[in-house]
Design a binder for this molecule. Sequence first.
Ligand SMILES: CC(C)(COP(=O)(O)OP(=O)(O)OC[C@H]1O[C@@H](n2cnc3c(N)ncnc32)[C@H](O)[C@@H]1OP(=O)(O)O)[C@@H](O)C(=O)NCCC(=O)NCCS
Length: 161
Amino acid sequence: MPTPGVSNPRPGGGSGPSLRIEIVSEATVEDWQFVHNRVIPGAPLAEYEVRERLGRNFLTVAYVGDDVVGCATVRAPDETGNVTVIARVLPEYRRRGYGEELFLDGMRLARSVGGTAIETVVLASNHDGLRFALEHGFAEVDRYLPPGDENPFITLRLRWL
Ligand SMILES: CC(C)(COP(=O)(O)OP(=O)(O)OC[C@H]1O[C@@H](n2cnc3c(N)ncnc32)[C@H](O)[C@@H]1OP(=O)(O)O)[C@@H](O)C(=O)NCCC(=O)NCCS
């Protein structure tokens, strides 16, 4: 399996520190949780829920220098063989290419675990996320509206697999 941790030059050719992607460890569970809950405030996860996911998913967290800027989830194949990749970047760090790096790192992980298709999940209200997924070749296959909620989670599948 490839090891996350790409060390690409900063997008745009700037001289600042590059994005560092790490597999989540005991020491970084709270960083992953912080990004997740800022990006998806309507469905926050408690620390024990993140630890539970750590046991069955691949979780990565991304830094620029000492600052946490994003995180990603790669879910192992489900019963139908679908592998799910979700990249998240804090709003104040978006549009600098970090989402692309996190997503591509997640795609490498997803391909290494096998499966028959790659999916992602985006909140309908998250226009940045939806546009990003559509531009990366995903197409909507399902919607899930949590009880009492008005903002569905949209599942999208990579079209050419
Ligand atoms: C989807 C998400 C991860 C994208 O993160 P991001 O860091 O903004 O992504 P990128 O910077 O790589 O790309 C976003 C845009 O910035 C542009 N961009 C990239 N580098 C840039 C730069 N240096 N300067 C200006 N624009 C840049 C990209 O071309 C892209 O433009 P487009 O959307 O018009 O095509 C982020 O919006 C997010 O966290 N959304 C919520 C979570 C979510 O829905 N995830 C599901 C998708 S897997």
